[in-house]
Design a protein around this ligand. Structure first.
Ligand SMILES: Nc1ncnc2c1ncn2[C@@H]1O[C@H](COP(=O)(O)OP(=O)(O)OP(=O)(O)O)[C@@H](O)[C@H]1O
Ligand SMILES: [Mg+2]
Length: 456
């Protein structure tokens, strides 16, 4: 174990920017029972890339080992939807114990959504005021609790930190997005230039704001692109997780959504990003009344800027299932620009590979020839390919104790182990294009599919 740690530290000294390697070191330290050192490395990894779930995962686990509730909440709360159920419970408890009640309630609701039968007395007790014997029912998705008096602590006015919805200023830009040049130019016109040259846009009578809906197969860069767009124009980036908002207490979801939009307006220029936006349309579809419906209405009101100016507030939605998105959301002034994010073409794939490999030791690679063999691979698939190839080289380096670069044959040998994941989505899209494209909404997909058929 010690030799593995030494080899990893040595490799890291060669490429300090290699976040996956640092995460690997942190995990190895944690497994060796060296939680304090693990926490230091994991914290550094999170500082380098706060979006990496694996870095946050190790940091939280190290904090748990050290009994540091506050650090655990910092690390895990942003990735709560990706945690195993036991860890969600640990997070809820740590949040309740350290007085982070908003986080505690969010997390507890999440726990109840995945296991509606769970009554966790310990968390209940930490969350609720001492009072009636029977613990009140936990919150389950779609069935908010009867409007019983909220727990005393919950009535405590939220601190400024709790009340302020989290936003970030992404450091990535379009330069970090491989390919998709036409799309980038379209987004520049829609959201970057308007923020850079509001005077020009006003002079031509163009509104600065509005919404763009990105759709396409998983892993092809919708989220990445939205984040990069914010980085490109220096906007504040607000992420709305619809499921988490839907899971909130009665009446809280609408308030939360409103608070996010208010914060975005106050921090303009901002981008508000809705991932998996079909979830909200789906809610409206299934539930004519009730929380889903009220949330859709609230969202429509926010998009229309009822009583407030949405100037320089841009809204980006992303979905794998545009056919499930509530049509009301696509009316003018809402998500009226609908953009297909296709799997990367060969040039884009080469670019993504180059980006994924840029901080790793490699021999001179023929990326063009690799890219040609990765038809229909998503950006995420290509990242995965690079991970697998790197692991090959790393494993050998650990065995021999010597660094060696990643070779062409590492990558080629990894192709068999990483299959493209876009096929299923493209198949579904083919059916929608054939039967449900009267409005021409999916023309971009139709063009793309035709290109595939003619061997593009
Ligand atoms: N064009 C690209 N250039 C660089 N990296 C990319 C590109 N496309 C995807 N990636 C990488 O793949 C990962 C997955 O992409 P992303 O999360 O943006 O996909 P998505 O379209 O939002 O998928 P999902 O529908 O599953 O949410 C990103 O973190 C990014 O590293
Ligand atoms: Mg995404």
């Amino acid at each position: 174990m010690t030799t593995a740690v030494l080899a990893l530290r040595e490799a890291l000294a060669h490429s300090p920017g290699n976040v996956p390697l640092r995460v690997h070191l942190a995990r190895t330290l944690l497994e060796a029972g060296r939680a304090d050192e693990a926490a230091i490395e994991a914290r550094a990894a999170v500082a380098q890339d706060g979006d990496r779930a694996d870095a946050r995962e190790v940091l939280g686990a190290a904090a748990a080992a050290l009994g540091d509730d506050a650090a655990l909440v910092e690390a895990w709360f942003p990735i709560r939807t990706q945690l195993a159920t036991d860890d969600v419970r640990t997070l809820a408890l740590a949040a309740a114990r350290s007085g982070r009640l908003t986080e505690a309630r969010d997390t507890y609701a999440l726990l109840n959504a995945s296991e509606p039968t769970v009554h966790d007395l310990e968390i209940d007790r930490a969350l609720r005021a001492p009072g009636p014997e029977a613990p009140s029912a936990p919150v389950a998705r779609g069935t908010p609790p009867a409007p019983a008096a909220p727990p005393a602590e919950a009535r405590r006015p939220a601190s400024a930190e709790e009340a302020r919805p989290p936003s970030t200023r992404p450091s990535i830009t379009f330069a970090d997005v491989g390919g998709l040049e036409v799309l980038k130019e379209r987004l520049r016109m829609d959201i970057v230039y308007p923020l850079q040259r509001p005077d020009l846009f006003r002079a031509y009578g163009k509104k600065i704001g509005g919404g763009v809906l990105l759709y396409g197969p998983p892993g092809c860069g919708k989220t990445h692109l939205a984040r990069a767009a914010a980085g490109e124009c220096g906007a504040n980036f607000f992420v709305v997780e619809i499921q988490a908002v839907l899971d909130m207490w009665l009446g809280e979801s609408e308030k939360r959504l409103h608070a996010i939009f208010e914060a975005a307006r106050a921090a303009a220029p901002s981008i508000v990003f809705f991932d998996e936006i079909e979830a909200i349309g789906g809610a409206r579809h299934q539930v004519r009344h009730g929380p889903g419906r009220r949330l859709v209405n609230q969202l429509l009101a926010e998009l229309d800027g009822a009583g407030a100016s949405n100037e320089a507030v841009l809204v980006i939605g992303a979905t794998n299932a545009p056919w499930d998105v509530d049509p009301a959301l696509r009316r003018p002034g809402r998500f009226d620009r609908v953009v297909f994010v296709p799997p990367p073409d060969a040039a884009a794939r080469e670019n993504v590979l180059r980006l994924a490999l840029r901080e790793r030791p490699t021999e001179t690679l023929d990326l063009a020839s690799i890219a040609r063999r990765c038809s229909r691979y998503s950006g995420a698939d290509l990242h995965h390919l690079v991970e697998v190839a790197s692991e090959r080289a790393l494993t050998e380096a650990l065995r021999t104790g010597k660094m060696r670069p990643i070779t062409q044959s590492d990558v080629l040998a990894s192709l068999d182990r990483v299959r493209p994941t876009t096929a299923e989505w493209l198949e579904a899209a083919r059916r929608y294009v054939a039967y449900a494209n009267q409005s021409g909404l999916y023309d971009d997909v139709a063009t793309y599919l035709r290109g595939l058929e003619t061997g593009g």
